[in-house]
Write a protein that binds this ligand. Structure first.
Ligand code: ZN
Length: 352
């Protein structure tokens, strides 16, 4: 273990927090970029429908999420402080906190649109979280932008200057690095790749449109394709595993069945892998990445997904037989990538 923490101003521990649809995950990163503490709490969800909710109601729900962020930071503080001499000294209290949120975070830290975290939409996170963490510098960005920062700096894409990261969870998160820098775009919304429409007549998306890429190529998309197949009688093993009702099949049932060798489940995973490769081939037309990092829970099935994804990408990308190869690799940090990147971003004072 490296000692002393060095003498530069940014030395020491930084905190990163990732607000997900189901959990708020925090990590503490030491000066050598090692994870030294982790904390998590469930993401608060109000039963109040957001449609037609008043600004006050929306604010209340956002406040509950901000409370959860503060709780995670308190847990990290306790964990790090407990094992560190001098934890009560001033530098610990000045620790920076990075916070990643799913959706369209503008450059002022306001969550403008978030299909997968509706209770946080419209909220000014810098104010809401900042007032719960007095005296700290709080850096707020899109979660996937933080995730790609982590993978690019110290994870699976180290050494590449042009990188796309795609996080396959409930939806799809995207982060883009061009010439070594994370791209946030003109308003902060670059990399919202899950909502590229790939089939205008496709299934409805929580964003209000139809046929977004994430409806086909995420954990949620896997569930959707599986329920279709199950209703057509094509997935007897998976239906049995999920309790006998085709309508209740979830993505997790399919991945578990696929990993245990169920050929029908494997076919559905392969179909999702094709959709992932299809979208990546389109992204390559825009970004021309040297490396594509796949993160999120769905990547847990490994080559069952990565194999079809790589094949579809090679077949569908423009000039596939003549262009230099693009490597497609799983994320090094798994579900922690967003929180690790948030800590890195906090230490650097932001992405830019
Ligand atoms: Zn959408």
């Amino acid at each position: 273990m490296r000692s002393g923490g060095g003498s530069s101003a940014d030395a020491g521990v930084a905190f990163g927090v990732d607000i997900g649809g189901t959990k708020v995950l925090g990590i503490a990163l030491d000066a050598a970029d090692a994870v030294v503490a982790e904390a998590r709490v469930a993401t608060p969800r109000s039963g109040t429908p957001l449609e037609g909710a008043s600004p006050t109601e929306i604010g209340d729900q956002g406040a509950a999420v901000a409370d959860a962020v503060a709780e995670v930071v308190a847990q990290l503080e306790a964990a790090v402080g407990a094992g560190s001499a001098g934890a009560a000294d001033a530098p610990w209290g000045a620790r920076a906190v990075g916070v990643g949120a799913p959706g369209m975070v503008d450059r002022a830290g306001r969550l403008r649109f978030s299909p997968n975290l509706p209770q946080g939409q419209g909220v000014d996170w810098r104010v809401l979280i900042g007032e719960r963490l007095p005296g700290r510098k709080v850096v707020i960005e899109n979660d996937a932008n933080f995730a790609v920062l982590a993978e690019h700096r110290i994870g699976a894409a180290t050494g590449y200057r042009h990188v796309v990261m795609v996080t396959l969870g409930t939806g799809i998160g995207g982060g883009i690095v061009i010439d070594g820098r994370v791209q946030v775009g003109g308003h902060g919304f670059a990399g919202e790749i899950g909502h590229m429409v790939v089939d205008p007549a496709g299934p409805p998306c929580p964003c209000g449109r139809r046929g977004c890429w994430e409806r086909f190529a995420s954990g949620g998309g896997l569930g959707l394709l599986a329920r279709e197949a199950a209703l057509a009688g094509a997935l007897p093993g998976v239906v049995a595993r999920s309790g006998g009702d085709p309508e209740s099949v979830r993505g997790e049932d399919v991945t578990a069945a696929a990993l245990s060798g169920d050929p029908d489940a494997r076919r559905v995973v392969e179909e999702v892998g094709w959709w992932v490769g299809f979208g990546l081939a389109n992204l390559a037309c825009v970004v021309d990445p040297e490396c594509i990092v796949l993160g999120g829970g769905l990547v847990g099935v490994g080559d069952l997904l990565l194999g079809p994804t790589r094949r579809a990408f090679a077949e569908l990308v423009e000039g596939g037989s003549t262009r230099p190869g693009t490597v497609i690799v799983p994320a090094a940090f798994g579900e922690r990538a967003g929180a690790v990147g948030a800590a890195l971003g906090a230490r650097a004072g932001g992405l830019e």
